[in-house]
Design a protein around this ligand. Structure first.
Ligand code: TYD
Ligand code: MG
Length: 472
């Protein structure tokens, strides 16, 4: 690509500047400006119009008259992945698959390409991080289907582009976008300038040749796609692979999807033979739960449009440490801080000088306000040392907690409740029962009389108590 000049772009905020600065004039971060190829101005055709505009005027078309050809999606054969993508890969689209190292990105793309080839599609695996032999060793573990995937091990962007143009595959995976190197830029591979240039040029190939391209990207410790935050606006779809490397379960979420809902999520398990879809995730998490122990509550959460039952566990232990530890696994730390503050202020549960650990069992991450109530109940149960459930009747919950200690409704209560009843959870605390404050919910949770807080039948048969008397 002809390049007139370069300019400098901030890797934190995207601010563009002709000169290099030690400190970004946009966001005032230090050392974030990176050299980047300046886009070449397009030659403008057409006659010069009035008021200095140089383009030809277009006639707008009502959306209903715009032709939108129905493209057949490329099914990857991995049900959970197809669902998160909105039904499969769209030809000519650019997908960014992010996740921390070792989470299973290379594994899932290898399996997907194997299935696509088996389904009669042409595929290409561009491996920049691993040699072809290393990828082969992985593919051997995944079974014979994965061994048919054509691979090139290359990091030079020009060579990769030439290969895609020559091979014209239906689907191409670039593993990873951070190791490709665009000649002409001085920045190191993986720098913002390089990553932007690489993705931009791959996108042009994707659009002009109708190749679906999957860019694999690494996530930094802070959770941002390293450098590639700047890619999010460019690509059609951003998928994020989450979970912990040491744990078995991983979730795949769509953070952005131009061809489907961003509410979808898939659950996978890493086994010896690769990533296996977990379709009965709720059943497993409920079976593994420890309802008789203090600090255990089952959360009826939503993973996209799908309900998922997970166990929230809490441990409250006295400590000499100042300040005491607050550890959150699978939930947001700030959410935990908020729930702790509300418990102290509005429910009289003081945990000031104790360590608090909260974890979602199985390594699943729950990122929704509906988790608050289950977290609060688990912490309160751990703090008091009193279990909330028994083996035959575990306690489940969902609901958001507000700053004034009120319980707030969350989306899809019906789906959450029906998932709970599907797995035999009959005691479910939620705002729809007329529990309006965190205090009332705790009272109901700890009161064995509330065994009859039956799923779907709000408090029928319960003697009237002030906080439960307003069924709705
Ligand atoms: P990998 O896909 O290489 O992760 P990423 O590309 O995201 O960095 O694989 C991650 C881990 O999964 C690796 O440490 C080994 C493990 N693994 C299995 O347990 N079973 C398998 O069949 C495969 C292929 C990998
Ligand atoms: Mg990898």
């Amino acid at each position: 690509m002809a390049r007139a000049t370069t300019h400098h772009v901030c890797s934190a905020c995207g601010h563009e500047s002709a000169k290099w600065h030690g400190r970004c004039p946009g966001c005032e971060e230090w050392g974030t400006l990176v050299e980047e190829a300046k886009p070449v101005a397009q030659a403008v055709s057409g006659r010069a119009g009035s008021a200095g505009s140089r383009g030809r005027a277009l006639t707008p078309t009502p959306l209903a008259q715009v032709e939108a050809p129905q493209v057949a999606r490329l099914r990857t054969g991995i049900g959970e992945l197809d669902r998160v993508l909105g039904g499969g890969l769209v030809p000519g689209s650019l997908v960014l698959l992010g996740g921390s190292p070792g989470i299973g990105k290379s594994t899932i793309v290898t399996s997907a390409l194997g299935n696509l080839v088996a389904g009669g599609h042409s595929a290409l695996y561009v491996s920049g991080e691993e040699s072809a032999a290393q990828v082969r060793l992985r593919a051997e573990r995944l079974g014979p289907a994965a061994l048919v995937v054509p691979i090139v091990a290359e990091t030079d962007l020009d060579v990769v582009l030439a290969t895609i143009e020559a091979e014209r595959p239906d689907v191409c995976v670039v593993d990873s976008v951070q190791v490709l190197h665009a000649a002409g830029l001085t920045g190191a591979p993986g720098s913002v300038g390089q990553v932007r240039e690489v993705a931009g040029r791959l996108m042009r190939v994707a659009k002009t040749q109708g190749v679906a391209i999957v860019l694999v990207g690494h996530v930094t410790k802070e959770g941002a796609l390293a450098g590639p935050r700047v890619l999010e606006h460019l690509v059609d779809c951003v998928l994020s692979f989450e979970g912990e490397r040491e744990r078995t379960y991983r979730t795949l979420r769509a953070l952005k999807n131009r061809f489907g809902s961003t509410n979808e999520a898939g659950v996978f398990e890493m086994r010896d033979e690769g990533l296996v879809e977990v379709e009965d995730a709720s059943a497993r998490f409920v079976a593994e739960a420890t309802p008789r122990a203090p600090g255990s509550v089952i959360l009826c959460s939503m993973e996209g449009s799908r309900p998922l039952l997970v166990e929230v566990q809490a441990l409250v232990a006295p400590t000499e440490l100042v300040p005491p530890r607050r550890m959150a696994n699978g939930i947001d730390r700030n959410r935990l801080a908020l729930v702790l503050a509300v418990l102290t202020r509005h429910a009289g549960i003081s945990i000031g000088s104790a360590d608090v650990f909260v974890s979602v069992a199985g390594g699943v991450r729950v990122d929704e306000p509906g988790a608050d109530l289950a977290i609060a109940l688990a912490i309160a149960s751990a703090a008091k040392g009193i279990p909330l459930g028994s083996q035959d009747s575990p306690l489940a919950a969902f609901g958001e907690i507000g700053l004034t200690g009120e319980l707030r409704h969350v989306a899809h209560p019906d789906r959450r409740l029906s998932e709970a009843s599907k797995f035999g959870l009959e005691r479910v605390l939620h705002p729809g029962l007329g529990l309006s404050t965190i205090g009332a919910a705790l009272e109901a949770g700890f009161d064995p009389g509330q065994r009859s807080v039956r799923n779907g039948a709000p408090l029928a048969g319960v003697e009237s108590r002030p906080h439960t008397a307003i069924p709705h």
